[in-house]
Design a protein around this ligand. Sequence first.
Ligand code: ADP
Ligand code: ADP
Ligand code: ZN
Ligand code: ZN
Length: 835
Amino acid sequence: DDSQLTTPAHQSDGFVRVRGARENNLRNVSVDVPRDAIVAFTGVSGSGKSSLAFGTIYAEAQRRYFESVAPYARRLIQQGHNPKVELISGLPPAVALQQRRGTASSRSTVGTVTTLSNSVRMLFSRAGTYPEGSSQLDSDSFSPNTAAGACRECHGLGVAHTVSEQSLVPDPSLTIRDGAIAAWPGAWQGKNLRDILTHLGYDIDVPWRKLPKKHRDWILFTEEQPVVEVTPQRDRVAKPYKGRFWSARSYVLHTLADSQSASMRDRVLAFMESGPCRRCSGTGLIPEALAVTFAGRTIAEFNALPLADLADIVRPTSELAQAGTASRTQRSGESNEVAVTITRDLLQRINVLLDLGLGYLALGRGTPTLSPGEMQRLRIATQLRSGLFGVIYVLDEPSAGLHPADAEPLLEVLEQLKSSGNSVFVVEHNMDVVRRADWLVDVGPRAGEGGGEVLYSGPVEGLAGVEASVTRPFLFDAPQPSVPSSRSRSDEPREPAGWVELEGVRQHNLQGLDARFPLGVLTAVTGVSGSGKSTLVGRVLGDVVAASLSTDRTAGEQDGPAEPLHIRAVKGSNTIDRLVTVDQKPIGRTPRSNLATYTGLFDAVRKVFAGTEAAQAKGFGAGRFSFNVAGGRCETCQGEGFVAVELLFLPGSYGPCPECEGSRYNPATLEVEYLGRNVADVLGMTVDLAAEFLAGVPAAARSLKCLQDVGLGYLRLGQPATELSGGEAQRIKLATELQRAQRGHTLYLLDEPTTGLHPADVQLLMAQLHGLVDAGNTVVVVEHEMSVVAAADWVIDLGPSGGDQGGRIMATGSPEDVAQASGSRTAPYLAAALG
Ligand code: ADP
Ligand code: ADP
Ligand code: ZN
Ligand code: ZN
């Protein structure tokens, strides 16, 4: 009854009431969701769960908060958008903990995001043991990110960049004229430097290594910068000019320190050798800070220890019964009250992380190397300490990346957030988590236009009566609807066509591991978080096969600089012709790339338009129908369809382009129609609709069919890459692979392909993966979802725990064999899934 909503009484009735929500695909949704409860939002991918939980409820809470801050301060806050909703009442402030990867360049670490580093620094500052005669340091002096604490040599980075003859001149058989000094700039600047050398009397036409050492050293390392009048060689038209000489080292150092261009700096970095800074041994800290210890260890050692070990080290202090009072003159404060207080607090907070299965992480671990699931759990744990109450936490699949054994502690932490007076809204696919919620909101029934309705909102059991729900069978039916496996389609299990054998793998926590992967079958690699699955599959197997194919792995696939690979021997990788990594990283970072451009589908669409009579009469080729180049696109927005609105100083405000009204094209282009539709209309179609419309265009029809096969029929062709979830991006990559003609033997590596997928979508995905194997390829998935593991041909289970306590193979064999293995934490869950 809407009339009640205007009275204050509703505020106390314990519900968030949403009326008339139309965000994205939501169809005028009205729903009441209890506060102070754990609420699960379920539904197939694309059904509208996130549009309701994040796009409507969270966004509205943000908007209200935003309006309540002073106008000048608003500029400093990232603004969301105004959700399309008539009314929401009973809405407290909200905090979203979405799954995001840290940015690759950031200096943030496990210690900084959890703020544990602050406490550790405080501990060393106030309660550490100082060398005789030294004075106490403040806590900033223990941070490499402050002026007080940063090593003077490397400015706190811990890394030193140096140059050597080898790094500056990678190929000494070249002459200077042919570019021996690779570190020098290219084009005319490089030519100037060569001209100056000629003028100074150096021979630039003998191979580098034949030059006398004295000459080589001067050219590479001198700090002199003679200015000489140069007459350009060969080029008779050019006039003489004055040129300044830069040795290769000065040029590189100067560019690194002063260049405004990140790409220039990256270019010269490639000609430097980087290693740990010698002055601080890579810790980034000043020597005075490194001289202070606690429990016999330096702060650098604290930062490098797994959290589980760190807990053991501070525990004795936290349990001290008789602590003394601090005094400035003491050399050590280790047995003082301050030490006891700080270590107690540290221990409590570390324990939450241990409960969440993150004990294998170290404080100093950079967040760019963490998985999105690890990152989210760090944030959840940090929130427990924030002391906030009365807020809604909106979480995105908190179980992602969790072994079933770790789901239980996660639920306890969510319960704690609730019992400290908060509401916990989770978008979730893991039915074990959903079953434990207080309330369920099921969205659907299908994706995109086929979804967007709330099918059910109430206590979990009530969903059993909702026939239309796709979630219902997975929650209540026993036995569970099964995931397709090779065995359900033929009685014979698949036989491996060969093996890739890795011997003596040493990487992260793998300590001389031997592992073999069967070819021509589907293998699932399992194990708790931190046991080494991603290291073994994503890093080692991927790199070994890439190396044997002598191809670089697809650009952009690796975060940060590649670490060297440590492995003793590899056998059997030579029958693989191609390697494909299907991960969850975005398919593009700008709204200019979209589903249609990424899959190549748009090429076919543009050809179709270029082939129409109207286009031919006007002389329009396929390029005319691109929004990325001048010609056919709208120049006001340069084909983006929207423009930045510089009103009210609000950052990140965009509006549809007033010229083309968001269509991206100019009027002449839009006049060209194919079967009554223009190119902008086609970009606005869903995959399902386009599949009918373009049925007569084989090149497009094939891509569209593959997208439908992986359950993406609801996406619009022009949907910008920036609006796609990680799971959608991963399935687009998979579809792009499926549409290629299948030739030869490809190895597919997938890291948790079920993340973000409803169990019903998991079934679709598995059918596709089995299809790849049936066509003669090899598929290896890292996976926690036991229905998928049960449907694999082969399982490799790592363990027993995370970090140093992991990295071993606990069991390997058919799913049935692994389910029987003793000592494997996966076995009982797998046995249950096998039924
Ligand atoms: P779910 O969370 O259930 O997977 P979403 O709420 O993310 O579903 O998506 C619901 C529908 O809205 C889908 O068709 C999706 O493609 C579409 N959609 C999601 N985000 C946007 C956006 N920013 N702009 C336009 N459409 C979107
Ligand atoms: P899983 O995939 O099973 O969760 P990982 O392979 O990610 O496990 O991690 C195995 C171990 O290696 C853990 O102790 C983890 O902290 C460590 N590790 C993983 N990636 C890195 C990295 N980039 N730098 C340092 N240690 C890492
Ligand atoms: Zn240093
Ligand atoms: Zn425009």
